[in-house]
Design a protein around this ligand. Structure first.
Ligand SMILES: [Zn+2]
Length: 84
């Protein structure tokens, strides 16, 4: 096992393949085409398994989404507490 940041991933999967994050049939990074038209060393995971993503642009999109969702949650909590 390889330690990447604070996440433990399987090197047999992530070091041999470019692993994209797939949403609605498309890679978040904009990799052209669909998985069945990608090069042989490209794979994908869904949001549930995003810790296995090795494509950095896909990861950047995922983290941007997560950050925006967190900010929305904080704003909702602030509003419900009347502190916004
Ligand atoms: Zn990607």
């Amino acid at each position: 096992m390889t330690q990447v940041s604070s996440v433990t991933v399987s090197p047999s999967f992530t070091s041999r393949f470019v692993v994209h994050l797939l949403r609605y049939g498309r890679a978040l990074c904009g990799q052209p085409g669909t998985p069945n038209t990608w090069p042989d060393d490209h794979r994908w995971v869904d949001d549930v398994h995003w810790v296995d993503v090795s494509c950095l642009p896909c990861l950047a999109h995922k983290l941007e989404d997560a950050t925006k969702a967190t900010i929305r949650n904080i704003q909702e909590i602030s509003r419900s507490l009347g502190v916004s």
